[in-house]
Structures are given as C-alpha cells and as structure tokens.
Design a protein around this ligand. Sequence first.
Ligand SMILES: C[S@@+](CC[C@H](N)C(=O)[O-])C[C@H]1O[C@@H](n2cnc3c(N)ncnc32)[C@H](O)[C@@H]1O
Length: 266
Amino acid sequence: MALEQHINPKVRYQQQVDNSEQYVLPFIEASTKIGAQTKVLEVGTAEGGVLKPFLDRKAFCVGVDLNDVRIVLAKENLADELSRGQVVLQTKNIYDEDFRTKYSGFFDVIILKDVIEHVPDQESFIPYLATLLAPGGQIFFGFPPWYMPFGGHQQICEGKWTSKLPWYHILPKGLYRRVLKMAGESEGIIKELTEIWDTQISIERFERIVRRSQLEILHKQAYLINPIYKYKFGLKPRKQWKPLLWLPFFRNFVTTCVYYSIGVRK
Ligand SMILES: C[S@@+](CC[C@H](N)C(=O)[O-])C[C@H]1O[C@@H](n2cnc3c(N)ncnc32)[C@H](O)[C@@H]1O
C-alpha cells in the first residue's frame, strides 16, 4: 500500500530536508565544514530536499537526476536558490562528456543518498565519482543493505502484503518476479524492483569496491533504525549495536541503513 510520501512530493521533499538537516549534513561535516566555499554535487537529487540545508549554508550545489519529473519538482522547491544561481538542477547522466569535462576534480562533497542501490555496475561507477572530487573531497553514501528486511524496496509495491512482507526480495530473481506478477504488481514496479535485485549492495560488497578503487572510508555509521524512518513512520532512529557489526553477513539482516563518507586514499 502506497505511503503518503510515495504519492505526495511535497511530503517527500520536506522529509528529505529534515533528514538532511539533522543527519546527513552533520555526518558530512565530521570531515568537511560546509560554507560558501563548498561545492556540492547530489546524484539522484529527486525533489532536491537533501540539498536544501547545504544551500542554507551558502554552498554552491549541483543536483542531477535521471528522472525529469522529479527535476521539475526540484526546480519548484528550490526556485529562490535557482534564480540566484546558487544551484544547478539538471536531468543528466553524470557520464555525459560535457558533465565530465566541466566538473572533473570540482566537487568538495558528492552525495548519494538512497541512490547507489539503484545504480548498475557500481564497480565502475564509484571510482568514476572519485574523478569528480576536488583534492581532499568526500563522497557520502547512505543506503539500505540488500539483506535488510526491505532491502528490495518492496515497500513501493501497491499490494497490501507485497508492500509489507519482509525478506521475500532475496528469493531467486525469476521466482521473485513471478510472485510480484501473481500479486498483481504493475510492470513498472516489477522492472524497478528487478533492477534493485540486480545491484544487491551489501555492507561487505560496498566496502570491497571502496578498497579496490583506491578509496578509503573516512567515517561510517550503521543504523538499526534508519533516521529517515523518524520522518516517514515516526520511529526513533537508533544506531546499530557495535558488537553486531563484527558479524559479517548477519549484520546486513538487522541494519536498515548505513552512512559512509569516502575519500581518495593518500
Ligand atoms: C530513492 S530516490 C532518492 C532521492 C533522494 N536522494 C532522497 O534521499 O530522497 C533515488 C533517485 O535516484 C535517481 N537515480 C537513480 N540512478 C541514477 C543515476 N545513475 N543518475 C542520477 N540519478 C539516478 C532516481 O531517478 C531517483 O530519483
């Protein structure tokens, strides 16, 4: 069953703003102080709410998304900043030659919040992001590990039980698709969920890609209760219990979200 934020973009925008102000920005500021001198890129900016607290601190921001409808909404939400030239919002693939040329080595902070699990070939994508970083810059990632109860994003389903049942996304792909189809889910939703099935980003795989890309983890935080759930469901965010994080693989099942800040290895 669709939640309010799935149907109302204003609610979604405000949730992005609040979560960014209270959790994402403070996490990023542990390594990079945000101010007028800071240049920020958000990949998968959607309605633009994550960027708002960075804009309020006078940073220059670029927000890109593959979804044109969401960029139109972002332009409405950030109209003042847009008219001042403080933000650029584009429907854009960051692999495009013009983007690569213009922004190579440019950004102090790159943000991917709830985006990396949608991106194919993360082994090439993550090192490519690093080429857009200025010296000493950082990339922020926030994502739900694949094996967490709703790691398949099945909460976006329209059916009553398909949106509420945990863990069935880890079924083999063909079977998962069949279950979704039999439950009456639309082709659009089945396609999106299958794309996420294909990427399957776990804590271990993410950290392996970082290590192999000559990058290093600057900070990390795992959550038992994802901070965004405070705004979506009224739940109190909870950091993960540290000893659980020593248990590779199992930790993915009980960690609803991880935040990472990544830099180029010195
Ligand atoms: C779950 S939303 C997250 C939006 C926002 N960052 C937030 O935290 O609320 C994922 C967004 O990433 C976008 N996206 C996925 N892959 C992308 C890519 N390769 N480049 C740019 N945007 C992408 C989607 O269109 C979608 O708007």
